[in-house]
Write a protein that binds this ligand. Structure first.
Ligand code: NAD
Length: 450
């Protein structure tokens, strides 16, 4: 095979040791490969070298430490070792600009740094989420700057990263990798790499443009599906129906290649991908004269959810005869989804803002989020324990289903809070039995569409 060594395991360079890059680097090192994770953020590199991981992914810090201790994983701020590595994975950030257009500056800078250090026979894999054509028209010319032709001298493929935060390490070891190469030989090498060295199946597509579109299609679909679930919740509220009953039953219908799969309503959509990727798709389409109306609709619906949820909670307080102005609300779970501490674009921030505007006193807790980041985003310190957050609260808003919140019982909540306390469910998804238990403990329950 042209772009992988025949006689030994390939060594890997991961460029961009952020969320995706570090997870990939740590898992590949655990699989026995020699991996170098490089990042321009020197403070981040120093922390990682010390075995300290500020990326809140279950199991990642342990895997980082194992990798460092075994010597298979090294972390660096310079790319000088690039020519020694056989496979280069590009995992820099790919934000969008104010107009929603892909901002390729991190990816371009990484390619410029990399280009003079490449040698013939290497395989470069773009993992970043980008608009269709970026690998072919942006990455390839930059890598070719020093006389090596992508596709001929070096392999070049796009393999979108599809992991979900909170389950990233397991998903990396299981999910099929989509491979789209600038030519067949590039794709063949990447296929062999993922199959042999990560032990996962590969789904080949025609070329890199298709692979890039696959990722945008996925997040466009997820965001739009959640928007439908969120509007279904509002619909169910209007009829006094529990949205969970509707979703569970509706999803038994065979449809297409599987079943209907309406996702779940919640306090809103956040994270570094779902609010950005559909917008990137819409902007790229608009640049070619195509309007994607579903993107704008989905985004608008999901962006409105923190406000809906906060108004729902405030309405619940009024109905209980509690004046929201001066009421204490314990907010458990500040991250954008369950089982991660990632606060990027979390819908909990606008939710809290709405409650503050209604005069509520807020207590914050998230055992997975970095306290410094909580302070920076919310302008207040998080409580050190769940008990401190709950003490005497008039309402508890559970906005992420982190394990420690799933383990909280009605008796725990009742013991810590004011009698008749309102339990607001933004993503915890209490079962029918659990809701009965809350009522039996003199607690009120409200959910989104429930
Ligand atoms: N976070 C997710 O759940 C997720 C999931 C799938 C795909 N993605 C995509 O994967 C890519 C990476 O996302 P992320 O969440 O890991 O981003 P991130 O911001 O956590 O990490 C990016 C890292 O790249 C580093 N970097 C920037 N420029 C660099 C350069 N020139 N050289 C070396 N390092 C550089 C940054 O310092 C940062 O540590 C993005 O395209 C994103 O859309 C993310």
């Amino acid at each position: 095979m042209r772009f992988l060594p025949h006689d030994r395991d390939p060594s890997v360079l991961v460029v961009g040791a952020g969320y995706v890059g570090l997870c990939l680097a740590a898992v590949l090192a655990q699989r026995g490969l020699r991996v170098i994770a490089a990042d321009v953020d020197r403070a981040h590199v120093e922390r990682l070298r010390a075995g300290r991981c500020t990326i809140a992914e279950p199991g990642l810090e342990e895997l980082l430490r194992d990798g460092l201790a075994s010597g298979r994983l090294t972390v660096t701020a310079d790319l000088s070792a690039a020519s020694d590595c056989d496979v280069v994975l590009l995992t820099t950030g790919t934000p969008v600009d104010a107009e929603g257009r892909l901002d390729p500056s991190q990816l371009e800078a990484a390619c410029r740094d990399l280009a003079p250090r490449l040698r013939a026979g290497q395989l470069v894999v773009v993992k970043c989420t980008v608009s269709p054509g970026t690998t072919r028209t942006v990455v390839a010319p930059l890598l070719a700057g020093h006389g090596l032709e992508p596709g001929t001298d070096i392999g070049l493929v796009h393999c979108p990263e599809r992991l979900a935060e909170g389950q990233a390490l397991d998903q990396l070891r299981e999910l099929a990798v989509v491979v789209g190469g600038v030519n067949a030989e590039s794709a063949e090498a990447a296929t062999a790499f993922w199959e042999r060295h990560l032990g996962v199946p590969v789904h080949p597509v025609k070329d890199a443009d298709v692979a890039e579109a696959v990722k945008l299609a996925s997040n466009w679909w997820i965001d739009h599906n959640i928007a439908m679930a969120n509007e279904l919740a509002l619909f169910c509220d209007a009829f006094g129906i529990d949205v969970m009953d509707v979703v569970t039953a509706a999803n038994t219908l065979p449809k297409g290649a599987g079943r209907m799969n309406v996702l779940l309503p919640s306090v809103g959509v956040g994270g570094s991908c779902l609010p950005k990727d559909p917008v990137m798709a819409a902007r790229a389409a608009a640049d070619r004269g195509v309007e994607l109306r579903t993107v704008a609709t989905g985004r608008a619906v999901n962006d409105a959810m923190p406000g809906h949820a906060a108004r729902n909670l405030v309405d619940g307080l009024h109905k209980l005869g509690t004046d929201p102005a001066g009421a204490t609300v314990a907010v458990l779970g500040l991250a954008f989804k369950s089982d991660t501490g990632d606060l990027r674009e979390t819908p909990v921030a606008p939710f809290v803002e709405h409650l503050r505007n209604a005069g509520c006193t807020i207590r914050l807790h998230d055992g997975l989020a970095e306290p410094d980041r909580v302070r920076a985003l919310f302008g207040q310190d998080p409580e050190p324990t769940i008990a401190a957050a709950l003490a005497g609260a008039d309402a508890v808003a559970i906005l992420a289903g982190h394990r420690e919140y799933r383990e909280l019982t009605a008796a725990d909540l009742r013991a810590a809070t004011r009698a008749g306390c309102l339990v607001f469910d933004g993503r915890r998804y209490f079962t029918r039995d659990e809701i009965s238990d809350l009522h039996a403990h003199d607690l009120q329950y409200r959910g989104i569409g429930r």
